[in-house]
Design a protein around this ligand. Structure first.
Ligand code: 3PG
Length: 212
């Protein structure tokens, strides 16, 4: 099935830090802090000029990390991410062109949805694990709970507005495989090089999975 490798990756989470890296020199210590804290699956968003280089550095220098590329919006983004060494791709949405490129490159892919119709369209393409984005704005854990029966068989990685205050609301749902967010390593802490703080946040996030 199209999404089963993506499911294996997400299931290792269950928290996937969503990272915005301005300076590729930060990539290696950042990834090491996250892995040391217990989070191996990490998403570097293509929101900065440094992102592709950051993905390449993590892929080469931090083999214990499973690095993916996020904010993929065009087929070209998918290709650049895969070429840099990303082991999976994440998008805020889904388009036929994006899905086709991810399939052509055999890249595990997490397409984004915000409605049942989009989730059903993704399922038509063979994707059973979907990013629910922006989760809190789209009804949060209550919405995903309401989707469980009519969209049985689909699983979700909610992101957008999630943090320590509401993470467990999502993680307790049977149709949530993992959750994502920037709270573990927000851009300001990355810029400040606060690796010990990020390591502690990662450890707290990893513990959410143990408590599941
Ligand atoms: C994403 O791309 O998944 C979101 O930007 C993460 O949202 P957050 O910053 O609210 O965690």
């Amino acid at each position: 099935m199209t999404g089963s490798r993506m499911r294996d990756i997400c299931a290792r989470g269950p928290v996937v830090p969503v990272l915005t890296v301005d300076d590729s020199a930060r990539a290696e210590p950042l990834a090491r802090a996250l892995v040391e804290g217990g989070l191996r699956v990490i998403e570097v968003t293509l929101r900065t000029a440094a992102a592709i280089e950051a993905i390449g550095i993590i892929a080469r220098q931090v083999p214990d990390a499973i690095v993916g590329a996020g904010t993929l919006r065009t087929p070209g983004d998918v290709s650049r991410a895969a070429a840099a060494g990303a082991r999976f791709g994440v998008s805020p949405g889904l388009t036929p062109a994006l899905l086709a490129r991810a399939k052509a490159l055999d890249l595990p892919f997490l397409p984004g949805v915000a409605t049942p119709s989009e989730a059903m369209a993704a399922a038509e393409h063979g994707y059973r694990l979907l990013k629910f984005f922006p989760a809190e704005s789209c009804g949060g854990a209550a919405a995903l709970s309401a989707w469980a029966s009519p969209l049985a068989g689909l699983e979700f990685c909610p992101t957008g507005g999630i943090g320590p205050h509401n993470a467990s609301d999502y993680l307790r749902l049977a149709n949530v495989t993992c959750i994502g967010g920037s709270w573990v390593a927000p851009p300001a802490r990355i810029r400040a090089g606060d690796w010990s703080g990020i390591r502690k946040s990662a450890a707290a996030a990893a513990a959410l999975g143990v408590a599941r």
